[in-house]
Design a binder for this molecule. Sequence first.
Ligand SMILES: [Zn+2]
Length: 149
Amino acid sequence: MKSCDEVKKRIGELAALPAVELPAGIHEHLVGCAACTRALAAARLGRGLLAAADGVEPPAGFADRVLGALPDRAPSRAEAELWRLGWGLVPAFAATAVLLLILYQANPTSGPIGLVPAEGLSAGERLVLEASPPEPDAVLAAVMEGGGT
Ligand SMILES: [Zn+2]
């Protein structure tokens, strides 16, 4: 059984071989190793594309760059870009989270109803916002009110 390191070291050479001509040890490793199979497939595809494009051998270090672009080695440029955009949203999110935290801490027992003045609520709204279980009287009042929403 060959190691991942050996496959990666020889990937340029291996990509040049038809699949049936791969050394037995390498083939055996590829069967059990998805990462190396992907890497070799990518190197082979890259070789094929380059060969089709202008009929030359891939430049030196090409296979290394293919390997470097694989997700299990390092995050790709596109992923890094996505994270950068995500971080741009953090300040707005953090501000919202802090605001909610302050509001909830100011009213530790009353919960969400502390966010709005209770006098302004209809019986139905109070029923929804206040802690369960609902009072039978409150349920009756909400029903009599006629579905306040
Ligand atoms: Zn491997």
